[in-house]
Design a protein around this ligand. Structure first.
Ligand code: F0G
Length: 457
């Protein structure tokens, strides 16, 4: 069997501490979240070799001076070096598994805007509502925050090929970063279930794009199996190095807010990698005294793809996989791989999981657009979830809430056009959007235009 890995011995099992880290004041290792078995950072697999549990990248941070570190983070913005310009590597003391920061593979990711939305705050009776727009990343989604760290690790391990299953954004991001690192990329996608913007990106960046006649969950099982065989290095969010990069979404958010945490952070939940990364980020920021209290996490799923909501609701401690169905294709996932870490995030920070309908997602997306903030459907689940909790009076009085918008508006133009043309439909039912903006057709004559415009005077 041909292996895509370059010759590299897998130092399986034993913890090895990497000495002489340039950035560091600690040792790093991989650790199973269930049995706490420790591994060297060079492990090519993402599951505990003893019990199959997910792994964390853990550090023994020695004492740091939070004030001095915050100033270092800020000062790096003035430097032209890519590792300082990157909104991920700028925070490298909090992801110190890389010994040589000059070797990072970066597209200057992160550095995403935080938009204040006072009208929507008022509508939902919130003290403050803002949106951190991760769609403003180089490939248009939050995946870039984690892909820079995971591809840098892949490069460090000298792997010959990387692989992922994807609902689209991971594929686009991995393809771009693999191209940048000159590593072969293979993506598995569910046929006909990927938004066109994402598919175009993955193809354009030169990845080998393989469509399967099955759903995302099947694709995920297939790539996990293939990577266990050593055929390629897996870059889905089971890869703990992805989550290290995604932590910086919250680190940057805290910095933008003068290190004052909001009351609540709301994010869309699919494969649950981002929820897991946010839990770890909050725990580390709090333990290192970079923030002095923990915001709650609210994870939002579409009602037709809600296995995590069901898990939290049932309190059973065991996720029941389901057949997923939602027009928000990014989060059309019925068997999320990182559910144990996401549950842990709620235990650490407090929070909840909420489901929203297709109509709620569609209208929330259009409502955000009317504030000048475009995003893809899955991202708008955050506003839909916030508005639902507000209607149900499940939020504290005048809460300060931050929504994480995960993907760019132009990822899924078909959805937007269908919404505004009134042809968007789910389960055979058409969605009558509250904020439809229908196009008008007139003959190419000035008088026709004058007449039309005078109707609005
Ligand atoms: N929002 C967007 C735009 C996404 O693309 C995804 C996941 C999520 C939210 C959910 O994040 O999986 O960490 O819970 N997209 C993956 C992909 C699955 O393949 O692009 P999660």
């Amino acid at each position: 069997m041909k292996s895509f890995y370059n010759a590299l011995p897998v130092r399986n099992g034993l913890l090895s501490i990497i000495p002489d880290c340039e950035t560091t004041f600690m040792a790093s290792h991989l650790e199973c979240i269930l049995c706490h078995q420790q591994y060297s950072l060079d492990l090519l697999f993402h599951e505990c070799q003893d019990c199959g549990g997910l792994l964390d990248v853990n550090y023994s941070f020695s004492t740091i001076d939070p004030k001095a570190l915050k100033i270092d983070f800020m000062n790096r913005r003035l430097s032209p070096a890519i590792q300082d310009q990157s909104g991920v590597w700028r925070f490298r003391e909090l992801l110190p598994f890389i010994t040589d920061v000059g070797s990072v593979i970066s597209l200057r990711e992160g550095n995403t805007p935080l938009y204040d939305l006072p009208r929507l705050a008022q509508k939902s009776a919130l003290g403050r509502f803002s949106a951190k727009h991760q769609g403003m990343n180089p490939t248009g989604s939050f995946k870039d925050n984690g892909m820079t760290t995971a591809i840098t690790q892949a490069k460090r391990l000298r792997v010959g090929a990387v692989i992922c299953a994807s609902t689209g954004n991971t594929a686009a991001s991995m393809a771009a970063y693999a191209a940048r690192a000159h590593i072969r990329a293979i993506v598995l996608i569910p046929e006909g279930q990927i938004a066109s913007g994402k598919l175009a990106q993955a193809i354009d960046y030169g990845a080998r794009v393989v469509q399967i006649q099955g759903d995302f969950d099947r694709a995920m099982t297939m790539v996990q199996e293939l990577s266990r065989e050593g055929r390629a290095y897996l870059l889905n969010s089971v890869n703990p190095f992805r989550l290290e990069g995604q932590k910086t979404i919250l680190i940057e958010l805290m910095e933008q807010r003068g290190w004052i945490p909001p009351d609540r952070i709301v994010l869309p939940a699919g494969n649950l990698g981002n929820c897991s990364a946010f839990g770890k980020a909050l725990k580390e920021l709090y333990d290192l005294k970079l923030i002095n209290r923990l915001p709650r996490l609210t994870m939002v799923q579409a009602a037709g793809a809600n296995p995590f909501v069901e898990l939290v609701r049932s309190g059973s401690g065991q996720l029941k996989p389901m057949h997923a169905d939602t027009l928000a294709t990014a989060i059309k996932i019925g068997n999320p791989v990182s559910w144990k870490k996401a549950l842990r995030a709620i235990e650490w920070a407090g929070g909840n999981a909420v489901e929203v309908s297709e109509e709620e997602i569609a209208d929330a997306r259009a409502l955000l657009a009317l504030e000048g903030i475009g995003c893809e459907p899955a991202s708008a689940a955050t506003l839909a979830g916030t508005m639902k909790l507000s209607r149900e009076r499940a939020l504290g009085s005048a809460e300060d809430v931050v929504a994480i918008l995960t993907g760019h508006q132009l990822k899924d133009p078909e959805y937007i056009l269908q919404y505004h043309q009134g042809t968007l439909a789910y389960a055979g039912q058409s969605i009558a959007g509250q904020y439809q903006n229908k196009m008008t057709r007139i003959p190419a004559e000035l008088n026709a235009l004058r007449n039309l415009l005078s109707e609005h005077d």
